[in-house]
Design a protein around this ligand. Structure first.
Ligand SMILES: Cc1ncc(COP(=O)(O)O)c(C=O)c1O
Length: 349
């Protein structure tokens, strides 16, 4: 047994024969510095080195704010955050980064256990993409009717997939994740994006601040659909503190809607982080109009937006029709490239 003392005063014991923790640091030139024995408490050890692990995660956020010219007038402008321009290709990079960072810093997620969560796709891809940078892999409970391409992307990123009932959607996937965690609490860190405060806090700290800066404080309305509700609740809470801004939440018109990522809250499990006092107003989106909006934006803006992005723009358009002046901001969570069946149905490609 060897006792190492760093310049910062932290001690590490190690048994030279059981070197296990070198690979996350090999690219940062620290290889061989952190050597741990299996007989140390992994949580304590990870807490000590958490800042170094977290520093190896890629940056998220800082997405462009696009003016959607074809839906704007001189006096009422509609803007959209290009959230697909992040690691993993979606808005969920923000929540996943915050959830992983918090869990590593608190010692709940470490090299000896595995991040476990339920997701319909984007959060899972964000977890797998971010964790790859530190050599870790998530376990994901995913409804079995998720598209083949999603499953392929996740498997290629090294995620372990547990396929759950297609009839029960992400609510059923959450039940499976909860049960698995209860049976093996040592093996898994259950991230639970639906109840994890780091989810909405990511948007409170980043999305809202970016929007405020990018609109130079001119934003009058924020409009967004509800999935885990992290985007709307977190961004909305901070924007309300920054200015006099109307917050409009959106929901699909029926439980079997085509808006992947959104929840029909009347019939779904209510996410733990949802706060129905944040919205000033709620609108129901006609999901049969979504494909036309995807076509319209492709033709006029050259963007292949996804169903949830199109639904957000339908909501923004409805808000625009009721005001004389304003700057309405929404989000485009991901692109149509992640929905090849829909892309084929709409564009034949
Ligand atoms: C495509 C898409 N749109 C919208 C959302 C909703 O975002 P939030 O979970 O922050 O409510 C999600 C969430 O997974 C999503 O994947």
């Amino acid at each position: 047994m060897l006792l190492l003392r760093s310049t910062s005063g932290l001690n590490w014991e190690c048994t030279i024969a059981t070197i296990t923790y070198t690979e996350p640091f090999s690219s940062s030139g620290l290889k061989g510095f952190f050597l741990f024995s299996h007989d140390l408490n992994p949580m304590t050890t990870t807490t000590q080195i958490a800042p170094k692990i977290v520093a190896n995660l890629p940056q998220v956020g800082s997405t462009p704010l696009l003016l959607i010219n074809s839906l704007s007038t001189d006096r009422v402008r509609i803007w959209a955050k290009a959230e697909w321009q992040q690691p993993g290709g979606s808005v969920k990079a923000r929540a996943a980064h915050a959830i992983i960072t918090n869990a590593i810093r608190s010692g709940k997620l470490h090299k000896q256990n595995t991040l476990l969560d339920a997701s319909s796709g984007n959060t899972a891809i964000a977890y797998a993409t971010l964790l790859r940078h530190i050599g870790w892999k998530p376990t994901i409970c995913l409804p079995s009717n998720a598209s083949a391409e999603r499953k392929n992307i996740l498997r290629a990123l090294g995620a372990e997939l547990i396929l759950t009932s297609p009839l029960e959607g992400t609510d059923g996937a959450q039940e499976v994740a909860r049960t698995l965690h209860a049976a093996h609490p040592e093996q898994y860190y259950y991230a639970d994006q639906y109840s994890n405060d780091a989810n909405w806090q990511a948007h409170y700290l980043t999305t809202a601040e970016e929007i405020w800066t990018q609109t130079k404080g001119q934003i009058t309305h924020f409009v967004a659909g509800l999935g885990t509700t992290g985007t709307f609740v977190g961004t909305g809470r901070r924007l309300k503190e920054l200015g006099h801004i109307e917050l409009v939440s959106l929901q699909p018109d029926h439980p079997f809607h085509p808006l992947e990522g959104w929840k029909h809250l009347a019939t779904a499990h209510r996410p733990g982080i949802y706060d129905d006092t944040v919205a000033d107003k709620s609108l129901i989106i006609d999901s049969s109009a979504v494909f036309d909006m995807i076509r319209f934006i492709s033709a006029h803006e050259g963007l292949y937006i996804s169903p949830s992005g199109a639904a957000n723009l339908l909501g923004a358009k409805e808000v625009a029709s009721g005001i004389k002046d304003g700057d309405i901001v929404t989000t485009l969570a991901d692109t149509l490239d992640r929905y090849t069946e829909i892309k084929k149905e709409i564009f034949g490609i």
